[in-house]
Design a protein around this ligand. Structure first.
Ligand SMILES: [Mg+2]
Length: 100
């Protein structure tokens, strides 16, 4: 019998873990942005920052596998609508820039 994370942790604890890992992902993204920008020096190198970002992405994905509230169909629907809205905004901004 294969043991599952949900045999040990309830959803409330998994949601807390997801929130913690999402915060760590946010920090890793900001650190890589800082490395790429270069205006505010950090001892963290590019490779290290990229590796850390990927580690935190893995952590978030791992938690998402066990969150019962996650509905893949609904997530896909939101994703598609938001991508369309994002592209529209980018095109509108580009058009406004060209008109100026
Ligand atoms: Mg983490």
């Amino acid at each position: 019998m294969e043991l599952k994370v949900t045999d040990f942790l309830k959803q409330d604890e998994l949601l807390a873990g997801l929130a913690e890992e999402a915060a760590e992902l946010s920090q890793a993204a900001l650190k890589l942005r800082r490395v790429l920008d270069g205006r505010n020096p950090t001892p963290v190198g590019f490779r290290q920052a990229v590796c850390h970002l990927n580690e935190e992405i893995a952590d978030v994905l791992l938690y998402l596998e066990w969150i019962h509230a996650m509905d893949n169909g609904l997530v896909r629907e939101f994703r598609n609508k938001k991508l369309a809205r994002w592209v529209t905004r980018l095109m509108e901004a580009k058009d406004a820039e060209n008109d100026a």
